[in-house]
Design a protein around this ligand. Structure first.
Ligand code: FAQ
Length: 315
């Protein structure tokens, strides 16, 4: 069959809502776009453990510690599903992990910010998981079978994360004036990074044309961001907190909250490696790989004895 005809058939399958599975024919660009997105997503889940892991030993109660420990462990699990999903596209997880360790791979901008107080743990669950769920519920309707199915399970777990985060923020906001201030301060610092994390504006989103034509993404960055804002502003108000945006207003006609300008210069600075914690996040991951080398060596020796392949730390 001619390439053009194959492409047309492929597009028809997508347009009729069929899932594409690993052994199906797919255009090289489709494979590339998915490999890019899924590997970035996998790295994000793994890097995302670092800001929260920072507070496991300092959680204010046993209940909070257990919940945070479970959440961080869930994120590791999400990374594993996603590394497995990316392997269905014909790359190895070693390759994509090495790209990350060598600083060549992207991961979500949001994880390059520090967690300065306990309230930041609430802000991550509430805002970061909140934005991630809205984006990923959309990705669960995407065209590639293994990725969309991974999203279904991940979103279920992220819903718990989101609720535990909001509960932390809400509890602090109803506490002493100092505790309320801590919650407000966390919201002030995380608001802009959170509304940026679902991607640049549609008119400056080079991948959108392709990712949307092939229904890898079924809604645009602007649509997802607006949904997140509309859902989150009333939650902030219910907790007695103020969104740090003087120009925020509700548009009665459209039924949407409108924000002031979003700091896209800051977003691109962070994406290009110059956020507050970029270097530390990569270094921590390199250290973990190095310090865990003995586990790999032991696993490799065992695998050799069993006649199996070499394992990686994330297996
Ligand atoms: N950070 O043309 P577009 C989580 C890059 S998981 C860094 O619009 P696209 C769970 C983009 O890669 C969070 N880079 O791209 C959790 C592209 O560069 P490239 C991660 C970003 O793909 C919670 C360039 O900008 N979620 O939070 C970012 O059509 C708590 C142009 O962008 C996913 O990865 C960014 N924020 O749309 C874990 C979901 N945004 O590759 C622990 C999967 C954009 O051409 C604790 N990904 N860029 O060099 C997606 O849905 C999409 O990739 C978008 C971007 C929507 C992020």
């Amino acid at each position: 069959m001619e390439e053009q005809e194959k492409l047309a058939r492929f597009q028809e399958r997508i347009d009729s809502g069929q899932k594409i599975e690993p052994k199906d024919w797919m255009p090289e660009r489709y494979r590339k776009q998915l490999t890019r997105m899924i590997s970035q997503h996998a790295h994000s889940e793994i890097v995302g453990m670092l800001p929260e892991g920072n507070w496991i030993t300092r959680a204010p109660s046993l209940r909070r510690k257990v919940a945070l420990l479970a959440k961080v462990q869930d994120e590791a699990g999400h990374g594993l599903y996603l590394y497995s999903a990316v392997e269905t596209l014909g790359v190895t997880r070693e390759d994509v992990i090495n790209e990350y360790l060598e600083g060549r791979a992207k991961y979500s901008s949001i994880f390059n910010y520090p967690t300065l107080t306990w309230a930041d743990i609430g802000a991550i669950g509430w805002l970061v998981d909140g934005a991630a769920i809205i984006n990923q519920t959309m990705l669960a309707r995407g065209s590639y079978g293994p990725y969309s199915r991974a999203m279904v399970r991940i979103c279920k777990e992220e819903s718990f994360h989101n609720r535990q985060g909001y509960e932390i923020i809400y509890t602090l906001a109803q506490g002493t004036p100092e505790q309320k201030q801590m919650a407000q301060d966390a919201l002030n610092r995380w608001w802009q990074p959170a509304i940026q994390m679902v991607g640049p504006p549609d008119d400056n989103s080079p991948n959108s044309a392709e990712t949307m034509r092939w229904q890898i993404k079924v809604e645009s960055n602007d649509v997802i961001r607006q949904r997140f804002i509309d859902r989150t502003v009333p939650q902030a108000h219910a907790a007695g907190l103020t969104i740090p945006d003087d120009q925020l207003k509700f548009n009665e006609e459209t039924g949407h909250w409108e924000t002031g300008p979003i700091d896209w210069d800051e977003f691109w600075r962070v994406v290009k490696g110059n956020g507050p914690c970029n270097r530390q996040r990569i270094q921590d991951r390199i250290n973990a790989e190095r310090e865990g080398q003995w586990v790999l060596d032991a696993a490799a020796a065992y695998a050799k004895k069993q006649g199996k392949k070499q394992l990686t730390l994330t297996e």
